[in-house]
Design a protein around this ligand. Structure first.
Ligand SMILES: [Ca+2]
Length: 532
């Protein structure tokens, strides 16, 4: 039992309607990866009555900044000497870092979508729509909870969980992009329409601004024009450093390839099929991977983060100018990691540390400055943590744990962590250890890593007799975690006793695959690689 919930004497704040089952066509979602979705009307999106504003004026504002595909260890102040991130460095110095923050995984290739649904609901992977295509109406979202507690809620940028959930969640917003990815310039966005639909004809004329600039401008405009007595929750869901890695040339010029290190776990190719080895994200470099192309990918990734850092800095400066910093909580995090050349991989469809570990910084009233915590955390712990920080009762539907942001808030430590990718991969962490299991074409494979001694996961100890006991222990930890997390997979059964969730390429229409191949080749050409 979570002590914070006891402290707040949990109230069942929300009527939980019957589970709203949503049928979806798997190919529909794949189209969402490249196409902007436009949604029709949805009757299930009645806004709830606004909460009374009494007694809420002293609550802090919340600015939640979500980067797209920014992995852990991409902040200069946290030890990456090769990346330039002055704004994030300043946040590190003035806030608390949770340096062991993870996503739980995904049941589809678009890892972003369930990750964002978990952030929004505070729930674990197998307790949401694990594809993230939708958020069930019974699972009250973070902005909805804040709205009921008197907040003005404002969304900017990428929304990847369908328009019905969006309309249910936010009362305001600007420059809203519905979908998974888009070119960084000419982003198709919408203005917020209360209760309205987001039909294509109401789309903004695409601006020629880069997405990071476009979204930062929207944030700055919102902060500058905000005059309401209510505290606000501004959710900035950015589109960087997700590919396509387009940005002003001056940012690329900040990085000299000679000064970019090859990761210690660089491989020309991944040593075996992990079930999702041939997916769009993996085509952003050729096969076999070469040191030069991996370095060029890293440089572009870092340059895009530096560009993003600049625009986040503009938003924070606006808060300072408006005198809001003393009464604003800032959360900075990313929705998933990315391999960018580690283990022979480029993408996020794996359970190595680079792809599941994300940065998390929280800064604000009562939060210690310049503090790094190594407690295990999931992104879906942010929701209850924000509730605890603002004195808002945590809804019954929320499953995350409150993070130890300060001494006044009682937190619940996690002993271990669980991760899943489709029915191909399962993993667990506890103490220094990590186990990853693969189930591909009925062939099961196990990896065992000591993360403390081998943070880059280069020495698989699973077949080393010396570590047989550690392996046995980690097997039990994984099984326990799977049961706790309501995973239907059973490691003792053939094929883990669950349907194969097909590899992306096997279920994507060939014309889409072909189109995405062309885009990936263009991305390679931008870096000076490929056929031409
Ligand atoms: Ca992402």
């Amino acid at each position: 039992m979570n002590p914070v919930r006891l402290f707040f004497q949990p109230i069942r704040l929300f009527q939980l309607p019957a589970f709203n089952k949503v049928n979806f066509n798997s190919t529909t979602h794949l189209w969402m990866l490249i196409l902007v979705i436009s949604a029709g009307s949805c009757k299930s999106d009645q806004a709830d009555t606004p909460a009374s504003q009494q007694g809420t004026i002293e609550k802090p504002n919340i600015v939640f900044i979500l980067a797209d595909d920014q992995r852990s260890h991409t902040i200069h102040a946290l030890g990456n000497q090769e990346i330039i991130t002055p704004t994030l460095d300043q946040l590190v110095k003035t806030g608390t870092v949770f340096d062991n923050t993870y996503i739980m995984g995904a049941m589809n290739g678009a890892v972003c979508a369930p990750s964002r649904a978990m952030i929004m609901t505070g729930r674990a992977l197998f307790n949401i729509d694990p594809t993230g295509n939708t958020i069930y109406p019974s699972q009250v979202t973070l902005p909805k909870t804040l709205e009921k507690a008197g907040y003005h809620t404002f969304h900017i940028g990428k929304w990847h969980n369908g328009t019905p959930a969006f309309k249910r969640s936010f009362t305001d917003g600007s420059k809203i992009f519905f979908g998974g990815m888009h070119r960084q310039y000419q982003v198709p966005t919408y203005e917020y329409r209360a209760g309205g639909d987001y039909e294509k004809e109401t789309m903004n004329v695409p601006s020629d601004k880069h997405s990071s600039e476009l979204y930062a401008d929207a944030g700055i405009e919102f902060i500058n024009s905000y005059t309401d007595d209510k505290p606000f929750f501004m959710y900035m869901a950015l589109q960087a450093p997700h590919d396509p890695r387009e940005m002003p040339q001056e940012y690329l010029d900040m990085y000299d390839l000679d000064n970019i290190s090859l990761p210690p776990n660089f491989m020309a190719e991944h040593p075996f099929d992990n079930g999702e080895i041939d997916i769009r994200d993996e085509w952003l470099a050729g096969y076999p991977r070469t040191p030069d192309e991996v370095k060029a990918n890293i440089a572009a990734y870092y340059a895009m983060i530096t560009h993003l850092d600049f625009h986040i800095g503009r938003v924070i400066k606006t808060l300072e100018e408006k005198g809001m910093m003393q009464n604003t909580i800032i959360v900075f995090t990313g929705d998933n990691g990315l391999a960018v050349g580690q283990h022979g991989l480029l993408g996020k469809q794996n359970l190595y540390e680079h792809s599941i570990k994300v940065p998390l910084i929280i800064k604000g009233p009562g939060i210690a400055a310049n503090t790094i915590k190594d407690d295990f955390a999931y992104l879906f712990d942010i929701y209850p943590t924000l509730c605890a920080m603002t004195g808002i009762p945590i809804p019954e539907t929320v499953q995350g744990e409150v993070l130890p942001v300060n001494d006044k808030i009682e937190a619940q430590a996690r002993e271990g962590m669980f991760f899943a990718y489709k029915n191909f991969q399962r993993a667990a962490r506890t103490g220094d250890w990590k186990i990853i299991k693969y189930n591909v074409d009925n062939k099961v494979r196990t990896q065992l890593f000591n993360i403390k001694n081998d943070p880059f996961e280069t020495r698989d100890l699973a077949s080393n007799d010396e570590y047989a006991k550690d392996l046995e222990n980690m097997n039990s930890v994984l099984v326990e975690q799977m049961i706790q997390n309501k995973d239907k997979a059973n490691l003792d059964k053939s094929g883990w006793g669950v349907p194969v969730l097909k590899a992306w390429k096997d279920k994507t229409p060939p014309d889409v695959v072909a189109h995405l191949r062309i885009l990936a080749e263009k991305e390679r050409e931008m870096r000076g690689f490929g056929e031409k």
